[in-house]
Design a protein around this ligand. Structure first.
Ligand SMILES: Nc1ncnc2c1ncn2[C@@H]1O[C@H](COP(=O)(O)OP(=O)(O)O)[C@@H](O)[C@H]1O
Ligand SMILES: [Mg+2]
Length: 236
């Protein structure tokens, strides 16, 4: 019985387009009730104890959905959640059609002949603003990278152009330390993925600081975490 119920969604996915096979999840593109849809499936990890694996997978599915809804309620762009299957750990999300990741956008802008500095600065400011808003809602993303932000293309209002995704490691916390670490993770990922972007990341932080009501404690923690990181790398 349980087995049969378990089969329903995976069978649905057996002949749809696979967008990404990750270590934790597979991402598919399909249609759901006539709408372009992304399905994120967290599959079982054989190297983990099955009970622990089931628990972790369930928690990440729940966290992802919960944080997306919390963000959307606060007016922060994240995909609409269409449907969740907790048996197969599949989340059906609005596909942000024609989008590209902030990662790809920065890379291609940097490569283009007439590198539009201003355009990237605008983007950095938007990222700073949206993260400030997210942290003011006490949502800690947990995996901030430029691949986990999408740019919706099109002549829409700029407010909705930046979309946050991939909330599987997110949680709720009001602690400045947790927010500082969230920014530190982004800083590390940002500077290692995009060469010569120190000034750009500074712009992002400046915009974060200007947009968040509670930024001073967060930036103080970010400085502490950076220092700890440096000390560790000196010892290690
Ligand atoms: N709602 C969406 N609309 C369009 N593309 C998406 C959407 N969600 C994910 N993607 C694409 O799939 C990729 C992987 O999704 P993500 O949720 O980040 O999973 P992972 O945990 O494997 O990184 C993203 O980088 C993006 O390119
Ligand atoms: Mg991701």
């Amino acid at each position: 019985m349980a087995q049969e119920k378990n089969m329903a969604v995976p069978q649905l996915l057996s002949n749809v387009e696979l967008v990404k096979q990750g270590a934790e999840a597979r991402v598919y593109r399909t249609e759901f009730l006539g709408k372009p849809t992304i399905v994120k499936e967290r599959f079982p990890k054989r190297y983990r104890h099955p009970v622990l694996d089931q628990k972790l997978t369930h928690r990440r599915t729940v966290q992802e959905v919960r944080s997306i809804l919390r963000c959307r309620r606060a007016g922060i762009s994240a995909p609409v959640v269409y449907f969740v299957d907790y048996m197969s750990h599949c989340i059906f999300l609005e596909e942000v059609v024609g989008s590209l990741t902030v990662c790809d956008h920065i890379a291609s802008t940097q490569q283009s002949e007439s590198c539009q500095d201003q355009e990237l600065e605008w983007l950095a400011q938007r990222v700073g603003q949206i993260l400030a808003k997210m942290h003011d809602e006490d949502v800690i993303h947990g995996d901030l990278t430029t691949s986990n932000m999408l740019l919706r293309r099109g002549p829409e209002d700029p407010e909705s152009n930046l979309v946050l995704i991939d909330f599987g490691l997110s949680y709720i916390s009001a602690l400045p330390e947790d927010k500082g670490v969230d920014l530190y993770v982004l800083e590390k990922a940002f500077l290692s993925t995009h060469p010569n972007t120190e000034a750009l990341f500074e712009k992002l932080l400046k915009s974060y600081t200007a947009s968040s009501k509670k930024s001073s404690a967060v930036i103080k923690k970010l400085d502490e975490v950076r220092l700890r990181g440096r000390k560790r790398s000196m010892v290690g």
